[in-house]
Design a protein around this ligand. Structure first.
Ligand SMILES: Nc1ncnc2c1ncn2[C@@H]1O[C@H](COP(=O)(O)OP(=O)(O)OP(=O)(O)O)[C@@H](O)[C@H]1O
Ligand SMILES: [Mg+2]
Length: 230
């Protein structure tokens, strides 16, 4: 097994005025290529902070995150930005599609930002997420679950080595939420997509092959899902 992410003694402090708020305290973790990992834990336990560190949206206070063998602390901002655009796909709680663009144009956006214009690839991704018939719809003509599926297609368009999702189902009804996580599971199995999913819902967390439980900025427990392949 190959480690895609190695996290060593990671700490993150936020400064609130003069008070330091510890958001992550001494996290040690490895995530292998091809894993589907869920991060769970109470509100304020550090889930989003951890995901943002892995996605290089924010910088650790101390410790190291090694992605695909590269120490992220040694990267300059230009390299970090390139990594975020080309190697990491993000989806968030709010679907963050651009409302003036069609579903297809939204999916094509990250590709165009990296100088490519492969409409066929965007259409294939819309097909994978079951949205090919909605390619020409505007986001406001789609349900929340459909928008989230378009957002997942968009996150995958540059073939990222890692898909990060922070509560992508928080605004969805139970059925749509399950569909979105089932889609992630399918992507994990069929294209071996490595996924880190933050969720509050244990029903959804259980679909991952490992659950990392955080509490007070620390790893409280790691739970393997022995039924994952069934
Ligand atoms: N920008 C910030 N400035 C100061 N403190 C912050 C900041 N972001 C997060 N925190 C604090 O860090 C801790 C962890 O926050 P984080 O957002 O990672 O929690 P979470 O597990 O994602 O919670 P939730 O389930 O509510 O989304 C919390 O105590 C929070 O108040
Ligand atoms: Mg959060």
């Amino acid at each position: 097994m190959v480690n895609l992410i190695e996290i060593k003694e990671l700490q993150k402090m936020y400064l609130m005025g003069k008070i330091e708020v510890p958001a992550l305290r001494n996290i040690n973790l490895t995530i292998e290529k091809g894993e589907f990992v869920a991060i769970m834990g109470p509100s304020g336990s550090g889930k989003s902070t951890l995901l943002n560190m892995i996605g290089m949206l924010d910088i650790p206070t101390s410790g190291e995150i090694i992605i695909n063998g590269i120490a992220t602390s040694a990267m300059r901002e230009k390299q970090r930005a390139e990594f975020r655009l080309k190697r990491i796909g993000f989806t968030f709680q709010f679907f963050s599609l651009l409302m003036e663009l069609t579903a297809l144009e939204n999916v094509m956006l990250p590709m165009m930002m990296s100088g490519e214009n492969n409409k066929d690839r965007a259409l294939i991704l819309l097909k994978i997420v079951g949205m090919e018939e909605r390619a020409m719809h505007m986001p406001n003509e789609l349900s929340g679950g459909e928008q989230q599926r378009v957002a997942i297609a968009r996150a995958l368009v540059n073939k990222p080595m890692l898909l990060l999702a922070d509560e992508p189902t928080a605004n969805l009804d139970t059925k749509s939420a399950e569909q979105v996580v089932n889609l992630m599971r399918k992507l994990n199995k069929e294209i071996n997509q490595t996924i880190v999913l933050v969720t509050h819902e244990s029903e959804l967390g259980r679909k991952a092959n490992r659950i990392i439980w955080l509490k007070d900025g620390m790893v409280e427990n790691i739970q393997n899902n022995s039924n994952f392949d069934s």
